[in-house]
Design a binder for this molecule. Structure first.
Ligand SMILES: O=C(O)CCC(=O)C(=O)O
Length: 252
């Protein structure tokens, strides 16, 4: 398979830049079908804290589904074995645990920006050895809100975060963008099947979807290295605060 020959190159890019982009990593037909099936058959029975809408009264404004691997056998199989997991093991130089498979959409015009953040701030891991994969299901470009990275930011530690008010991305970097951030940020345009992978400390964000017709759908995979340990007290506190905030604001 293509990825095997490229693995040493991908690993050195990942360790240097904190992200890699694997063009045409996979065909998206079965994954798109899987997501359509979950939206149709599973979402109606899911707990509200696993399904986020821009506006709960508008089913078309669905923006995120959490923990697909717990809700659907197809996604459970993707979490347990196959090319995503194998690539995660290579890039983290460890065996891995798949913690979350997520669906992301930015619906046309209503899809909000993803605030600048480091995933490790949400994960509460020591050491912060984890990565996120982001598989494009649509053509994704500047207009509909492509992912933007700060190369090398994974080597510069955790930045200060604070509440954003954004459903699904509750924490954002407080001093973004600095002049350096503005100079260094790169935007990753992607086609269906392209896979972006970033380290848990890599700073990233995405703009809102300004297109009037095009959605911006993607699947996210979160893998933790086996050596990374969760600070379970900090994590439980964060989850409980988050749930109360979302319920108070009527978002879930
Ligand atoms: O889909 C997006 O806008 C960004 C996803 C993201 O930030 C993440 O998976 O960590």
């Amino acid at each position: 398979m293509r990825v095997y020959r490229l693995k040493p190159l991908l690993l050195s890019q990942f360790e240097k830049d904190g992200f890699v982009c694997c063009r045409r990593f996979t065909s998206v037909a079965s994954i798109s079908e899987g997501i359509e099936r979950v939206i149709r058959d599973v979402v109606p029975g899911m707990p509200s804290e696993h399904v986020f809408y821009e506006d709960r009264a508008q089913p078309d404004s669905l923006k995120q589904i959490q923990l697909l691997q717990q809700h659907d056998a197809f996604f459970e199989a993707l979490a347990k074995a196959g090319p995503f997991r194998e690539l995660a093991e290579t890039l983290l130089r460890d065996s891995v645990v798949c913690k979350n498979i997520q669906y992301f959409n930015k619906p046309p015009q209503t899809g909000q920006a993803t605030p600048p953040h480091q995933d490790g701030y949400y994960f509460k891991l020591a050491p912060p050895h984890a990565l996120t994969m982001w598989l494009a299901l649509d053509e994704v470009d500047i207009e509909n809100g492509c992912v933007r990275y700060l190369p090398g930011s994974h080597k510069q530690g955790m930045r200060s975060h604070a509440a954003t008010g954004t459903l699904g991305f509750s924490q954002g970097i407080v001093d973004f963008p600095t002049d350096e951030d503005r100079k260094n940020e790169i935007a990753l345009i992607a086609s269906p099947g392209d896979l972006l992978v970033h380290h848990a400390l890599t700073v990233h964000r995405a703009d809102a979807n300004l297109s009037s017709t095009r959605s911006r759908r993607a699947i996210g995979f979160i893998f933790y290295a086996a050596q990374a340990k969760i600070d379970s007290i900090a994590w439980e506190r964060y989850q409980s605060d988050l749930k109360s905030d979302l319920m108070r604001d009527g978002k879930i």
